[in-house]
Design a protein around this ligand. Structure first.
Ligand code: NAD
Ligand code: UDP
Length: 339
């Protein structure tokens, strides 16, 4: 089993991936500056797995910390989650996003090169696809110019990693294009813990359910979809976490850079989410229709055939599991990790 450096490992997807890595027998070193997370998530990872990981509080922009980690551990591969992800903030403060997400990724791969570690799994996003593509989206479809600066950082990092792997064939890089991660660990002890008002649908719904928000605003009911509301491909965070283990495995004996969609392949509307949440959890979700949100597309869901065929990955959880697990986490931890 190998030792894996997980940047951003205290965050939502990173912490769930740490659980799966430890359960699979890997050793884990987490580097996180806790800018959008709490160390409590890692305490819970270790309690749930009854295994220890190494945590380094620090920034991927800090070359000294990176060198120190690579000198003190025999790291075989890196899973790179660290990044800022608030779309609205990325419009207000583009330089913060360019620096953290783009310069941060460059800083990381430079340190990897110095340490001769060439296996990398990168958290990308379905937002890199050109809006003109019609779902189901597959990896051969063209990427476009994302409508926001957050998405732009994902596209740029994808492209620079592709160019890097062409120039230097020692690199073996997986670009995982996530669709919409939701859900939480079955224990109810780990989940998504956004700071402030949630931007994303699922934490907003669970915060309405727990009484922290009055009602859900559904952004647009006049899209050309099944019921007029936006359609997305929601994927359980534990399935997503496991996709990283499959990608690591795939990269062990491979060269180059390759992208995989990580979604279920099923599209689901905002109204379906609200109604299914009510049915599964027995809680009323008041909502109102409000105008479309700038930059949103009507429909986005994956063709996941490449990940299924090449990574040997298969999502295990359906929508009802996602909604039950999201609620289980929220009701046990009304204030997230602050409880
Ligand atoms: P998150 O904010 O919960 O986790 C990111 C972690 O990175 C946080 O713990 C944060 O403290 C840390 N971090 C940020 N900048 C850092 C830096 N410079 N140095 C060290 N640590 C830093 O977010 P998440 O939802 O777990 O997302 C993980 C990755 O997946 C991100 O790159 C995100 O852009 C990407 N992604 C997320 C989604 C989603 O909907 N959640 C979708 C597509 C892609
Ligand atoms: N959405 C909504 N109300 C909210 C948050 C999101 O109606 O408070 C809708 C949004 O317009 C989109 C879907 O829910 O159709 C998923 O949005 P989210 O921000 O979670 O993910 P995105 O697909 O934008 O990355």
């Amino acid at each position: 089993m190998s030792k894996i450096l997980v940047t951003g490992g205290a965050g939502y997807i990173g912490s769930h991936t740490c659980i799966e890595l430890l359960n699979a027998g890997h050793e884990v070193v987490v580097l996180d500056n806790l800018s959008n997370s709490s160390e409590e998530s890692l305490t819970r990872v270790q309690a749930l797995t009854a295994k220890k990981l190494d945590f380094v509080e620090g920034d991927i922009l800090d070359q000294h910390i990176l060198d120190h980690i690579f000198h003190s551990h025999r790291i075989e591969a890196v899973i790179h989650f660290a990044g800022l992800k608030a779309v609205g903030e990325s419009q207000q403060e583009p330089l913060k996003y360019f620096d953290n997400n783009i310069s941060g990724s460059i800083s990381l791969v430079k340190a990897m090169e110095r340490a001769q570690v060439f296996k990398l799994v990168f958290s990308s996003s379905a937002t890199v696809y050109d809006e003109a593509n019609v779902s189901p989206l597959n990896e051969d479809m063209p990427t476009g110019m994302p409508t926001n600066n957050y998405g732009y950082t994902k596209l740029i990092v994808e492209q620079l990693l592709q160019k890097l792997s062409i120039a230097d064939t020692r690199w073996s890089i997986a670009l995982l294009r996530y669709f919409n991660p939701v859900g939480a660990h079955k224990s109810g002890q780990m989940g998504e813990d956004p700071q402030g008002i949630p931007n994303n649908l699922m934490p907003y719904v669970t915060q309405v359910a727990v009484g922290r928000r009055e009602k859900l605003s559904i952004f647009g009911n006049d899209y050309d979809t099944i019921d007029g509301t936006g359609v997305r491909d929601y994927i359980h965070v534990v399935d997503l976490a496991n996709a990283h283990l499959c990608a690591l495995n795939n990269r062990l004996n491979a060269q180059g850079c390759r992208a995989w969609n990580i979604g279920t392949g099923n599209g689901c509307s905002v109204l379906e989410i609200a109604k299914t949440f009510e049915k599964v959890n027995g809680i009323h979700i008041p909502f109102e229709f409000s105008p479309r949100r700038a930059g949103d597309v009507a429909t986005s869901f994956a063709n996941n055939a490449r990940a299924v065929a090449e990574l040997g990955w298969q999502p295990q959880y359906g929508l009802e599991d996602m909604l039950a697990d999201s609620w289980n986490w929220q009701k046990n931890n009304p204030n997230g990790y602050q409880d």
